[in-house]
Design a protein around this ligand. Structure first.
Ligand code: BMA
Length: 336
């Protein structure tokens, strides 16, 4: 039950505290990014990180003091202390013309064959998926939007599967979407997308993922399948509550769910998760992981205000997902 991939000896890590009963434990120094971390940036949360050049880089969702969400680039030596650029990422289109996505949030960041791709939620006459690439984190090139509106939570797989790029997404509306399942689409060239399939439906016997679900970090390849952390949302008298769940998708056909954990693995409990701009939100967007030890560091937005960090051990999480697996509404079939 191991991770397939590269070692990452310098990733952040803290051993599980003796009194932790869960599968996922929080970093003792949380939150790792506090309010007002850069010029004009009131709140940085729901952000993505990746190893780069002996250290780490990230694409951060920053809600500016004018209220607009923008993407900022940042660097770190230890993946805990981040230096976030004061200015947002300046995109160019494929012809070299400046491109302003107007608003941009909830980025995911992945390396595929030596190129770094960023997906985010953008303005396309409504909420839609944005896509861009960089080779060096200096020049950022905006590619075509994969789909028309309305869609959010676009997450690319870290390698082609059967020769195709694979993209998870969550069809939605343009507001605080009160529904949503996770779909997958494939493409030979990152430009034309098709063979859309439903991967996972909201619901199940538990309340925590009854309203909507959305893919979180880039899936992690393991010998049991793709380990997918995702957010599950329920509706309460005082609004939505965002928790983190996990599933394992088939390695060769990730539209099929092999196992899906009936329990959430992280739910808002700490003050930085229950109190902030939007209370009761844990929103995972990235992981760092080490194939040698099975260590996983999970980066999540907390209360739409902070970036926080949690840890898990791959074999433990996979074993638990399998032991508590409950598939929902045809998760286990290729839903055409
Ligand atoms: C979603 C997205 C996220 C946000 C969440 C909770 O619709 O906008 O950025 O964290 O709502 O407010």
């Amino acid at each position: 039950m191991g991770i397939i991939g590269r070692p990452l000896k310098n990733m952040p890590w803290e051993d599980k505290p003796g009194d932790c009963r869960g599968l996922v434990w929080r970093y003792s120094g949380n939150p790792i990014i506090d309010r007002n971390p850069a010029r004009h940036c009131g709140r940085v949360y729901n952000s993505a990180v990746i190893p780069y050049d002996n250290g780490f880089v990230g694409v951060f969702r920053a809600d500016h003091t004018d209220g607009k969400a923008r993407l900022h680039f940042g660097r770190s030596n230890d993946a805990i202390h981040w230096e976030i650029h004061d200015e947002p990422i300046r995109w160019k289109d494929e012809k070299g013309k400046p491109y302003d996505p107007n608003y941009a949030y909830d980025p995911r960041l992945v390396e595929i064959d030596g190129i770094y791709y960023i997906t985010w939620c953008t303005d396309f006459a409504g909420a839609a998926l944005g896509l861009g690439m960089t080779r060096d984190f200096r020049e950022f090139i905006r590619l075509e939007n994969p789909f028309p509106p309305f869609n959010r939570n676009g997450v690319l797989f870290p390698r082609k599967i059967n020769g195709k790029y694979m993209l998870l997404s969550r069809p939605s509306d343009s507001g605080h979407t009160p529904f949503g399942d996770i779909f997958i689409s494939e493409s030979a060239d990152l430009r034309y997308w098709g063979r859309h399939r439903r991967v996972m439906a909201r619901g199940g016997s538990g309340w925590w993922q009854s309203t909507k679900i959305g893919a979180g970090p880039v899936p992690i390849e393991t010998d049991e399948g793709w380990l997918l952390f995702y957010h599950g949302v329920t509706t309460t008298c005082s609004g939505y509550v965002y928790s983190m769940g996990a599933a394992i998708l088939d390695r060769d056909n990730p539209s099929i769910v092999r196992y899906r954990c009936a329990d959430y693995l992280l739910t808002p409990e700490m003050p930085y998760e229950t109190t902030g701009f939007v209370p009761n939100v844990v929103f995972p967007c990235a992981t760092l992981h080490d194939a040698e030890t099975g260590r996983i560091a999970i980066y999540y937005g907390a209360a739409d205000t902070y970036v926080a960090l949690a840890f898990a051990q791959a074999d433990e999480v996979i074993g638990y997902i399998k032991s508590r697996s409950e598939l929902v509404n045809g998760d286990d079939i290729e839903y055409r």
